[in-house]
Design a protein around this ligand. Structure first.
Ligand code: KPL
Length: 316
């Protein structure tokens, strides 16, 4: 099985280097030609438990994807992992990924928020197998060639509509990926409740990400101040009510889970805070903006989601 990792940011590098270290054939597709040359010539460095591990990988730039020969393209049984953030899911990127999909590889989508699956499906050739995924692993890219693995978590993926024809055969390919991941020491599980898992992660991101970005604090510091805790709780209650209306299971997405994520990732900066600090576009439109859009469709109020979305947009 070959894995093409599109996007060599923190998540993409962390998974790609761990997979390659475990013996899987990994090719990175990067936005910049410099990063592709660096990774192809020198390999990448994975920092785990304070130790640097040098890993050899293949890498090409997005611009050179279309020029790949037929035999270089991933085929049925291989995977393309889309690890870029929502803001980078541009037409140009999807066109490059389309050229990789010609021989039937499945596409694993690792974005935060909602709305991306529809955009990806529209941008890729009809019939491409699109598999949503949720990651709770922590990673920090320290330079274009180096990533730090900052927190153990797991990867959950599976068909969005497990009752669709063909889902059983697809599950075989998915189980093979779980096996490959396990050989690389990556904890992964299949779920037939991906919509619920996506909403659950959305709820966690909707509370932690905008408030850490606005207050400029690490995840663990967020609940430590009474005013921040009250805001977290109010944003949680509003978001949970909206998500429950559109399909979040009753027993999913608890307040305790939000606090547990803050604790488990205490030393980490949220991805939104990191984006704001780096002057990059954030995922606010697909996290709190996404919840606000669901609220409008369900004719529910979303004043707090609207407010944090306006504030975060003002930060970049
Ligand atoms: O997913 C995250 C993110 O930063 O985007 C959390 C769970 C908040 C961990 O940092």
């Amino acid at each position: 099985m070959r894995i093409i990792i599109v996007g060599a940011g923190s998540l993409g590098m962390m998974y790609g280097l761990r997979l390659a270290r475990g013996g899987t054939g990994v090719t990175f597709v990067t936005r910049s030609g410099e990063q592709a040359s660096l990774l192809a010539e020198k390999g990448g460095i994975l920092v785990e438990n304070g130790e640097d591990c040098h890993v050899s990988v293949n890498a090409v730039s997005m611009a050179s994807c279309a020029a790949l020969g037929e035999e270089e393209l991933p085929s049925e049984g291989d995977w393309i992992w889309l690890t870029v953030k929502q803001a980078q899911l541009t037409e140009e990127l999807l066109a490059a990924v389309s050229s990789l999909c010609a021989r039937g590889a499945a596409v694993l989508c690792l974005q935060n928020g909602i709305g991306h699956l529809t955009r990806i499906a529209r941008g890729l050739p009809a019939g491409t197998r699109i598999v949503p995924a949720i990651s709770t692993e922590g990673a920090l890219r320290e330079s274009p060639g180096k990533v730090r693995y900052t927190g153990r978590g797991s990867l959950t993926f599976g068909a969005l509509r497990p009752d669709m024809p063909g889902a059983e055969e697809e599950e075989i390919t998915q189980k093979m990926l779980v096996d490959v991941l396990s050989v690389a020491g990556i904890s992964a599980e299949l779920s037939n409740q991906m919509e619920n898992r996506i909403y659950e992660k959305l709820l966690i991101n909707a509370v932690i990400n905008p408030l850490t970005a606005i207050y400029g604090v690490k995840n663990g510091e967020l609940p430590l101040h009474p005013v921040r805790l009250r805001l977290m709780s109010a944003l949680f209650i509003e978001s949970r009510a909206i998500l429950a209306r559109v399909g979040l299971n009753e027993d999913a997405g608890s307040w305790e889970k939000v606090l547990a994520v803050c604790e488990a990732t205490a030393a980490n900066e949220s991805s939104m805070l990191r984006d704001v600090q780096a002057g990059r576009a954030t995922e606010i439109d697909w996290i709190n903006g996404g919840i606000a859009a669901l609220a409008r469709e369900a004719e529910l109020p979303s004043p707090l989601n609207d407010a944090v979305a306006v504030m975060v947009r003002a930060l970049h």
